[in-house]
Design a protein around this ligand. Structure first.
Ligand code: PRX
Length: 633
């Protein structure tokens, strides 16, 4: 007998029979129940679906909370599961990756067999440069296949990759290289962005002026520009490939489940970005399981995660999880609207994409161009859609559902973070959907909404989102800063993981994410810190003090607005405001360019001198200023 339809409140979209018939999780309740009663057994079963050089002794070691360990005593390597194990199966000749250039004039495809050759070759090259297990390697590459190869090559030999999004600029890159003490940087001569060339290698040169740890730079040729190459430090990748050491055979290092896989810098509430540390074993199991269950991947699917590999979404769901599943992924070099706003829809049609995953900001941006653009293309290959990065407004959800999914494709709204490594609050395809809600916690997870004092708030009320159970792909620490790991995530409510988001839960147990409660701004889904924008502003000679806040924006979700106090001798002007916006873009990257810069004589501060961004935000929106008893004035 089919399950009776649960009676849910509000606007609800139920799965069709076709969706239910093929779901990898046909019975959500049963799976959830299993994980609720036997968390370790649930994850052990998932881990057993993968290959281990040696099985673990213990699924979860929680003897030193919050420093949780997973699959302790197990020996593995994520690359063994992402590539090597497929080579003994029929998947050997299956396409692992299809890539198309921004202009659409180039396509490159890699089977699992050829992916192995590319990754092994890259691994041999970085080994020859003296990179060893545990060493950090900074990767600063555009969306080209080599970014995957480089990441996988590091993992294969046990080196720790630190990918810096290629849309970041000098200061962001330099800070991340310096903090990670990378020996090697892998970059390209440049990248294409909306028809223009971005000079990546020159940015690296600029950043390396202050990074003495770097011994070598590998440069992949992408745009064919002449770039300065420093003898003995800089090496063209294609030259290295011609050397005898660059052969296609390289043994995959046997690692402990808890050996580091990568660090990825992300913005926190204060100060410098933090290096989130993920490890081989748990991350492999968590990303594999979530992609399999949430996006329901099958062997004949063509998966497209339209994020950038430079963010966690790309790490987990472009590079690692799809390969572990043996899937065929599509990677597109460009953006959605260049040269025309049908670029993505054209790719879906051309490659027969079946499952498509993007961010609400992209949907909102494309919606503005109207329905005629997607209507030019046959999108009937699609069977599932997804979103990530920020709350999706119901209007954008409905458009995505109707215009792209033709009312046939459930939308997986996945809430998660760099820190969580994998989807946390998310539907699976058979879960009834409500536009704007990420639905319920994934199997084995429990979420709560708390008030300041740590009491659960009533249904429908807003509070702090926390997670109660550990999960395999969780961050292990902030690299080099265990103390900050504990204070940032586990101290406000001891024993519970503080996500940094505010949220509501409705009567049906569905979660509605509202947004960040700290000084993190999500601009077009990109995570930026007010502190980084402010420090870029005060590096300009005219600025004495600065405050950055996020305000609602129709397409970007949130946009950066800045308030500056000028040094004596400088006068406010339109030209100066524009110069400051450009200054931030130049130093941090174009994604951080403020929407608007205003000049002021005073900033609201607490008596201890902290800027009250909350007050600035309320004033800018004409809202009540809230509790200002600690205000200095
Ligand atoms: O505020 C939440 C928002 O993105 C934050 C995490 O950002 P980041 O570490 O860059 O990772 C983004 C990709 C996983 C969260 O704290 N966020 C992410 N997904 C959603 C979301 N907000 C609402 N709905 C989502 N589906």
């Amino acid at each position: 007998m089919p399950n009776p339809k649960p009676k849910l409140e509000g606007e609800v979209y139920y799965p069709s029979e076709a969706v239910k018939a093929q779901a990898n999780v046909p019975d959500w309740e049963a799976m959830a129940e299993h994980a609720r009663h036997d968390l370790q057994g649930f994850w052990a079963e998932r881990a057993e679906e993968l290959e281990w050089f040696q099985k673990w002794d213990k699924v979860l070691d929680d003897s030193n909370k919050p420093f949780f360990k997973w699959f302790v005593g197990g020996k593995t390597n994520i690359v063994h599961n992402a590539i090597d194990r497929h080579l003994n199966t029929a998947r050997k000749n299956k396409l692992a990756l299809i890539w198309e250039s921004e202009k659409g004039d180039q396509q490159r495809t890699f089977s699992y067999f050829s992916l192995n050759r590319e990754v092994s070759r890259f691994a041999n090259i970085i080994k020859a440069m003296g990179v060893q297990k545990g060493d950090r390697v900074t990767i600063y590459l555009p969306r080209i296949p080599e970014i995957s190869f480089a990441m996988l090559a590091c993992a294969k030999i046990g080196a720790v990759h630190s990918v810096v999004f290629a849309g970041f600029s000098v200061d962001a890159l330099q800070g991340r290289i310096e903090d990670s003490q990378s020996k090697l940087v892998i970059t390209a001569d440049g990248s294409y962005q909306n028809g223009k060339v971005v000079e990546l290698k020159r940015t690296v040169d600029e950043a390396l002026k202050k990074c003495p740890s770097v011994e070598n730079v590998i440069v992949v040729r992408r745009v064919g520009h002449d770039v300065p190459m420093e003898a003995s430090r800089d090496h063209w990748y294609h030259d290295m490939c011609a050397l005898p050491i660059a052969n296609g055979k390289c043994a995959t290092e046997v690692l402990d489940a808890e050996d580091p896989l990568y660090i990825l810098y992300t913005s926190g509430s204060t100060g410098k970005p933090k290096a989130i540390l993920h490890t081989h074993g748990g991350y492999m199991v968590g990303t594999y399981t979530t992609l399999k269950y949430v996006f329901d991947l099958k062997d004949d699917d063509r998966w497209w995660c339209a994020a950038d590999p430079g963010w966690v979404t790309g790490h987990s769901y472009i590079v690692y999880a799809p390969l572990i599943l043996g899937a065929t992924s599509f990677m597109f070099e460009g953006g959605p609207a260049y040269p025309y706003p049908n670029r993505w829809w054209q790719c879906i049609e051309r490659y027969g994409i079946t499952v498509f995953y993007t961010a609400p900001t992209a949907i909102r941006g494309l919606m503005r161009f109207g329905e005629a653009w997607p209507a030019k293309h046959d999108l009937s290959s699609l069977r599932l859609l997804g979103t990530v990065g920020e709350p999706i407004n119901p209007e954008a959800w409905r458009w995505y559902y109707r215009v792209i999914g033709k009312n046939q494709c459930p939308i997986m709204d996945t809430w998660w973070q760099t820190e969580t490594g994998m989807f946390m609050i998310t539907p699976t395809p058979t879960v009834p959907l409500k536009p704007g809600s990420a639905t319920r916690p994934f199997f084995g997870l429990e979420a709560e909404i708390l008030d300041d004092a740590g009491n659960a708030v009533a249904d429908g009320e807003e509070g702090y989102l926390v997670l109660k159970n550990p999960w395999p792909a969780m961050l292990r620490t902030i690299y080099g800063d265990d103390e900050r790991y504990v204070s940032q995530y586990w101290s406000k409510y001891p024993g519970k993981y503080l996500a940094g988001d505010s949220a509501r839960r409705d009567k049906d147990g569905y979660f509605w994410i509202i947004g960040r409660v700290d000084d993190v701004i999500k601009v077009s889904g990109h995570r930026l810190g007010t502190a980084e924008v402010e420090s870029a502003l005060v590096s300009h000679p005219a600025v004495a003090e600065a405050a950055a806040i996020g305000l609602p924006h129709e397409v970007k979700g949130t946009a950066i607005h800045c308030f500056c106090i000028l040094r004596s001798g400088f006068a406010p002007s339109e030209a100066l405001a524009e110069e400051l916006r450009q200054h931030v873009a130049k130093h941090m990257g174009p994604i951080a360019r403020p929407e608007d810069v205003k000049f002021t004589d005073k900033l609201p501060k607490t008596r201890s001198g902290k800027i009250m961004r909350r007050v600035l935000k309320a004033r800018a929106q004409g809202l009540p200023e809230g509790d200002i008893s600690t205000l200095e004035e």
